[in-house]
Design a protein around this ligand. Structure first.
Ligand code: NAP
Length: 245
């Protein structure tokens, strides 16, 4: 079975590892090419956009793909819409691999924001020292906030405008609770801003914020286009595909 995995996540890499070890599958993982030095999956990979849903549909046909797995990040909604349209056009099954969202515990102090702009509105008037962990893209939405100081953490340097008072910290997860706690203590962080990415790789910051009593502005996931099947673990996706061999 030929499978195209739309990747860029640890779940996509885990699925590639499982399917690559099974000789009944031929897989290709696709990456957008956003990160300069990406973590590459096991097995073949291609890098760069397809040129919209039509380009993806052509690629699926030309490469004889039998199943499409959308394992992109929960905030990569444009790629997921393209995947849905291309699957509909080609009649291929679309399996969405999506890690579960984080849920607050009674000890958490979350304010949920519907978008990056709403998160900027929430932090603007109140916070003085903000830890911004939303990745490189989207930092520009906070650039107009002149009063707070921001610790901006991302894998590659942000290319957009930055708020005037900031420090950029380049780092790639996973992070430990001890390191996150020390970082937030050292930088005197008063509020944490994050996307609800879910998953264990970057969850330590939430545990640290909880234990330090730091409030969190949690940006909700964008709405998702429907897929034929939605599963939250790479093993389940592999099982689903094996059942169709
Ligand atoms: P997006 O806004 O949904 O996608 C924008 C365009 O990038 C798509 O239309 C597509 O171009 C191309 N693209 C996206 N993912 C691709 C993939 N896996 N393979 C080939 N082309 C892809 O995506 P994004 O939010 O910029 O995220 C880009 C990638 O980074 C995704 O693969 C995602 O899994 C990963 N990622 C995103 C976040 C996040 O917070 N957004 C966090 C961690 C990892 P064409 O229309 O030309 O095909």
């Amino acid at each position: 079975m030929n499978v195209l995995i739309l990747g860029g996540t640890s779940e996509a890499r885990a699925l590639a590892r499982i399917l690559h070890a099974d000789s009944r599958f031929d897989i290709v993982t696709s990456l957008a090419g956003r990160v300069r030095d990406p973590l590459l999956p096991v097995g073949p990979a291609r890098i760069g956009g397809f040129g919209g849903p039509g380009g993806l549909a052509s690629w699926l046909r030309e490469n004889g793909v039998d199943a499409l797995v959308d394992a992109t990040h929960p905030f990569a909604s444009a790629m997921s819409s393209n995947a849905r349209a291309a699957a509909a056009e080609t009649g291929l099954p679309l399996i969405r691999l999506e890690r579960r969202a984080w849920e607050p515990t009674p000890a958490d102090r979350w304010t949920v924001a519907g978008s990056l702009d709403e998160a900027a509105e929430i932090v603007g008037p109140t916070a003085r020292r903000v830890f911004l962990t939303i990745g490189r893209q989207g930092v520009g939405r906070f650039a107009h906030l002149t009063d707070p100081w921001f610790l901006v953490r991302s894998i590659d340097p942000p290319s957009s405008a930055l708020p005037p008072r900031h420090e950029v910290l380049l780092a790639r997860g996973p992070f430990t609770v001890d390191d996150e706690t020390s970082l937030m203590r050292e930088r005197l962080i008063e509020v944490l801003v994050t996307k609800n990415s879910g998953g264990a790789m970057t969850e330590a910051k939430l545990v640290a914020a909880r234990s330090l009593g730091i409030p969190v502005v949690m940006i909700d996931r964008p709405p998702r286009p429907r897929a034929s099947v939605v599963l939250d673990s790479p093993t389940e996706v592999a099982e689903w595909l094996r059942a169709r061999l």
